[in-house]
Ligand binder design. Structure first.
Ligand code: FES
Ligand code: FES
Length: 205
């Protein structure tokens, strides 16, 4: 069993501690906005924010996630309103959309620490792969989001930070973004749609 905080909810995963966090999130918690791409840490489709840092959830075991604060795309912001999400739409930095949740989470983590990144900063932080080739638009989108975050306090960062707090005061949202296929698993013992982590493998405290 591993206890961690997922999208501001305390969760117990009754699963093998060697299970990749990605599969705990998708299969037990039904948080399917986080995507499986390569499974070996290369593509970044599975990126979530752990204690304020963008990490590949396919490379982090449940045991390693014990006690940590995990934010998935479902809880990034209410109504898809995070400036990164808005900027991705404005710059049309989405084609098929498969890489988008991971890209958005990586960008949000970057901007939470550096709201005025250079193109090199963005390329260094967002090593995620996009088979559709949105890279030029991606840089513009991240810079646009940073500009919005610098220009308006309403755009306070809403990503998890080290220590279990949430920067800014944006509340956790239900299926906030980029999780069009998020559904409540028949196995899940849920009471709260997107941030639910109940089920055969997980239960909320
Ligand atoms: S699925 Fe995790 S990096 Fe590709
Ligand atoms: S938009 Fe298709 S993989 Fe990135």
């Amino acid at each position: 069993m591993a206890r961690l905080t997922v999208n501001n909810q305390p969760v117990q995963f009754r699963m093998d501690p060697d299970t990749p966090l990605l599969w705990a999130l998708r299969e037990a918690a039904n948080l399917t906005g986080t995507k499986y791409g390569c499974g070996v840490g290369d593509c970044g489709a599975c990126t979530v924010i752990v204690d304020g840092e963008a990490l590949r959830s396919c490379q982090l075991t449940l045991g390693e996630a014990e006690g940590r604060f995990v934010t998935t795309i479902e809880a990034l912001a209410q109504d898809r309103g995070h400036p990164v999400q808005q900027a991705f739409l404005a710059e049309q930095a989405i084609q098929c959309g498969f890489c988008t949740p991971g890209m958005v989470m990586a960008a949000a983590a970057l901007l939470a620490h550096n709201a005025d990144p250079t193109e090199d900063d963005i390329k260094a932080a967002l090593t995620n792969l996009c088979r559709c080739g949105v890279y030029p638009r991606l840089v513009r989108a991240v810079q646009r989001a940073g500009q919005a975050m610098r220009g308006s306090q309403a755009y306070g960062p809403a990503v998890a930070v080290a220590g279990g707090a949430t920067a800014g005061d944006a509340p956790v949202a239900k299926a906030a973004a980029a999780a069009p296929d998020a559904q409540t698993s028949p196995d899940a013992q849920t009471s709260d749609a997107a941030s639910d982590a109940g089920g055969a493998g997980a239960s909320r405290n």
